[in-house]
Design a protein around this ligand. Sequence first.
Ligand SMILES: [Zn+2]
Length: 255
Amino acid sequence: MKKTNKKYCLLFLIFLILVGFLIWIYYHNNFVNRKVTNQRQKKDPEIADQIKQQNQNNLKEQDKQAQKPLKQTKRSKNNDVGPNKKADNFTWPIDQPKKRITKKEFAQYITRENSPIENERFRGFHTGVDLEVFNQEIDQPTQVQACCTGKLVYKGWINGYGGVVVQSCEWQDQSILILYGHVKLTSVKKSKNDLVKQGEFIAFLGQDKSQETDQERKHLHLGIIKGEKIDFRGYVQQESELKAWYDPVKIIGYG
Ligand SMILES: [Zn+2]
């Protein structure tokens, strides 16, 4: 009996130890969980602080960026002036314009009597400028290049010019038309509505005193018409009518 009691006592002790161990595990786990939670709670404010800090930084950044567009708007306005200025910065269709505009200037009143051209057949105020060719160019192909970037709106044969090409461009937010007169039509590769870029080849000048120039000397008549309606007139009879054109020298300048 004594031995049996001892066995029971031992078993009971083991049982108690096990129970105690389980209880310890249970409380220990609780304790660890609480500790972790506490740590999280401790950390959370830190994270919250960090987020707060980040938000503040973001706000500061947003403020900076909110200010930036203002500056950029100012800058882009300036930039707008840049490209516009560039777009407005037309170029001459043939080089050395100053040396070429020697016979007929814009608004010059031409008569048979005062004309620098022999056997003048026109009379009136000149609506454009005439760019002459140099002697050595008479028999050489002479390229005409676009003054600006814009669509080709007309190409055809017009009495008094021979071949004519008209290009639509913008100048200072206004629609204008560039008329290139006395050109060789068969050399015009672009079609109506094709975009012609500034400096791009448009045509060769028509051959001297040929059908290509309607029997005129080899030269380029350059007209700049205000608006979008083509006015083919190279001369007007009233000076006041000239207001429908711009002086190419004033638009393009001599640089
Ligand atoms: Zn002319």
